[in-house]
Design a protein around this ligand. Structure first.
Ligand code: 5GP
Length: 164
């Protein structure tokens, strides 16, 4: 459908505090927040501050090529984090949305054999997601506009092209 869920930077601030509060109330105290770039970086930063966790890691996953268009399967891009670093650690995977859930499943499966415990937190989860995250701020089945990606990348205002 054409319906959009619009997350603004204003609403994001409250969302991340509420999501963090849910995690804290549940008694989960992660040693590491593992963000899935790029959208999960915003989520991981907010959660790590709110949960007073000083250790953030990052994994790059490529899946979506446009609105609703994806590669066959998500792939982790190099450099892949060393899962050995996570052994005996409580990990919180952070992403913006579990849509198909394939991205989160990839990262979750990567962690699960190596860590003490792994849980996932997302701002949004869609009902068809094959992964059910422990922590979800809001459920929707609409396409979400995130504040960091809704606008096109900026270009130089002075933009004069010089011949080589
Ligand atoms: P999944 O693997 O769960 O299908 O999708 C994971 C990634 O796809 C998300 O981290 C996000 O970058 C992108 N994505 C999926 N659904 C949406 C959406 O509704 N809006 C936006 N902006 N990105 C989405």
């Amino acid at each position: 459908s054409d319906v959009r869920e619009n997350l603004t930077y204003d609403r994001f601030g409250g969302a991340i505090r509420e999501l963090a509060q849910t995690i804290a109330d549940d008694g989960y105290e992660p040693d590491i927040v593992l963000s899935i770039a790029r959208g999960g970086v915003f989520v991981a930063g907010g959660l790590a501050y709110a949960l007073d966790c000083k250790n953030i890691h990052l994994v790059n996953v490529e899946f979506y090529t446009g609105i609703g268009t994806t590669l066959e399967m998500p792939v982790m891009l190099a450099p892949v984090p060393n899962a050995i670093d996570f052994s005996d650690k409580k990990v919180l995977i952070a992403d913006d949305v579990a849509d198909t859930g394939k991205t989160l499943k990839l990262v979750h499966d990567f962690c699960v054999d190596h860590v003490a415990e792994v849980r996932s937190a997302v701002i949004y989860e869609k009902s068809h997601s094959l992964v059910k995250c422990e922590y979800v701020w809001k459920r929707t089945d609409d396409w979400i506009n995130f504040p960091w990606s809704v606008e096109k990348p900026v270009v130089r205002r002075s933009g004069q092209v010089l011949d080589a």
